[in-house]
Design a protein around this ligand. Structure first.
Ligand SMILES: [Zn+2]
Length: 183
């Protein structure tokens, strides 16, 4: 006899932890490029001590919350939330004002996608952060190393180090020098 409550709790735990699966993360030379920690479904439900029949029940209709592809076995690999993700969620849970929580989520999404453009987000959070930081002590960085990065997805190719240099100014129409605040 299956314990329906246990199954539902386990399903919710999976959906709360999983961020992506092997079908929605890029693959380079047969290696999945995970953005966060990864494990398999079985490991995620280790404490639930799932029986074989319970696994069959829980896998029925269970889909990746990111790409909606169905999972096939309890050993399917999945990307999961990091400790940082959990601490952010915990902080948000403590906040009573849902309007602020929504603004923080939106700003977090924006800054994750456009890390250099915090001041241009529609939220006032970027401006408030900038104004707060301005009041702090100013440090000058004399020597530093900057890295170029590209968002990687299934359509991207893997660039060599030679291809990651700054573009040729003769071939680029607009070069803008920006003084930016990096969050
Ligand atoms: Zn997926």
């Amino acid at each position: 006899m299956e314990n329906k409550r246990k199954i539902e709790k386990a399903r919710q735990h999976l959906l709360n932890e999983i961020l992506a699966c092997t079908k929605c993360r890029p693959c380079i030379e047969k290696e999945i490029l995970w953005y966060n920690p990864h494990t398999d479904l079985d490991d995620l439900l280790f404490d639930f001590e799932m029986k074989e029949q319970e696994w069959k029940t829980i896998l029925y209709g269970l889909k990746c919350p990111n790409c909606y592809e169905p999972f096939e076995t309890q050993y399917d690999l999945v990307e999961i939330k990091s400790d940082y993700d959990h601490s952010v969620e915990e902080t948000f849970t403590k906040l009573k004002n849902k309007n602020i929580v929504k603004k923080l989520y939106d700003f977090n999404k924006f800054i994750s996608e456009y890390p250099y453009l915090g001041l241009s987000s529609s939220s006032i959070i970027g401006t408030n952060l900038f104004n707060s930081i301005k009041k702090g002590k100013i440090y000058t960085i004399d020597s530093d190393i900057w890295y170029r990065a590209r968002k990687f997805n299934n359509e991207s190719k893997l660039f060599s180090s030679d291809e990651m240099w700054a573009p040729d100014p003769q071939e680029v129409f607009i070069r803008i020098s920006l003084k930016v605040l990096v969050f």
